[in-house]
Ligand binder design. Structure first.
Ligand code: GTQ
Ligand code: FE2
Length: 315
């Protein structure tokens, strides 16, 4: 009797497989679990390592060959070759004097944080804005964009895109500009897509007047213009530490100034200017500054909030 049942079950399970079906009670891997798993790994990429590599690439690869001279930071989790955290990719990009990165548009949302160099500008939907260190410049879904260096210095910046989310959900479209570059261009100092460093500093001053000098400050770069990505600037004074937090939002931090140590899931990760810090979902973290520091936090919070999945707690 028992042997008959065993044989019948074996036959049933092989029928499942033949028809691309599986029984919920028979999975080799669970489909549901009590709280977010820790898949992607906390990791820091150091700008001091990246910059010489970008410079070497600059000697070998021009903007004819590479539409963008960018280096993506892929998370060391097993099997991953692209994403920095589940929904976001971070990259470093460098453009040399006289070079132009041709215009294109794509459904992924993008933004840039300028690290070093003067004389380079980006054109977003016909609006040309200069790229200066500390600025955050947006390239929303389907906006045309190109970058050109009309100055005498190499320009280095960080790109953040929601490409991994687009990969997951599939709505990828990409198109090169038919003319290579947008033809009609208007130069602007202030633009809705530009968060200038001076304005960020002024915003911090106002926030400090409200909260006092002894606490880390967080401001939002807003009103938000990217549907999938939230942008916050953190100012952490020398010796200060942010309150520990655990959240379903996936985040990448970029160091705008200063140095310190991030504690992520109990491990210490030193950071300094220009570094990229991957803080995947549900990894408890706090950030300690050893010198006066500013960090940009790029996260998928709007996605989590809109879908009812944003949960945060003090660990
Ligand atoms: O500058 O347009 O790092 O389209 C990746 C994709 C930068 C850009 C990246 C892009 C860009
Ligand atoms: Fe692009």
């Amino acid at each position: 009797m028992r042997a008959d049942r065993e044989a019948a079950l074996t036959a049933l399970y092989s029928d499942f497989t033949a028809l691309n079906m599986e029984g919920g009670w028979h999975r080799r891997f669970p489909a549901l679990w009590p709280e977010p798993r820790r898949n992607f790994l906390p990791h820091v990429w150091h700008y001091a390592d990246v910059k010489p590599i970008l410079d070497r690439a600059g000697e070998l690869i021009d903007t004819q060959q590479a539409e963008r001279r960018n280096l993506t930071m892929f998370n060391p989790v097993e099997g991953n070759i692209y994403s920095t955290v589940r929904t976001i990719v971070a990259a470093y990009q460098m453009i040399r004097p006289g070079e132009t990165a041709r215009a294109h548009r794509h459904t992924p949302n993008a933004l840039r944080l300028i690290l070093e160099g003067h004389g380079t500008s980006t054109v977003v939907d016909g609006k040309q804005v200069e790229m200066r260190p500390g600025d955050v410049l947006l390239t929303p879904n389907w906006a045309w964009h190109s970058h050109s260096n009309d100055g005498a210095e190499q320009c280095y910046w960080m790109d953040f895109l929601d490409v991994p989310l687009v990969h997951l959900l599939e709505p990828m479209f990409y198109e090169p500009h038919p003319d290579g570059l947008e033809q009609a261009v208007e130069q602007l100092e202030q633009a809705p897509i530009a968060f200038r460093w001076e304005d960020t500093l002024a915003h911090f001053e106002a926030e400090q007047a409200r909260l006092g000098p002894n606490v880390p400050l967080t401001i939002e770069l807003g009103p938000a213009q990217l549907d999938t990505i939230a942008l916050h600037m953190l100012r952490i004074g020398a010796g200060q530490t942010t309150a520990p937090v655990q959240t379903t939002a996936n985040a990448v931090f970029a160091v705008v100034q200063g140095n310190g140590v991030a504690e992520i899931d109990g491990e210490r990760h030193p950071w300094s200017f220009g570094d990229t810090i991957a803080v995947p979902a549900w990894r408890a973290h706090s950030i300690h500054a050893q010198s006066d520091a500013v960090l940009l936090r790029v996260s998928d919070e709007p996605v989590m909030r809109k879908l009812g999945w944003l949960r945060s707690r003090q660990p």
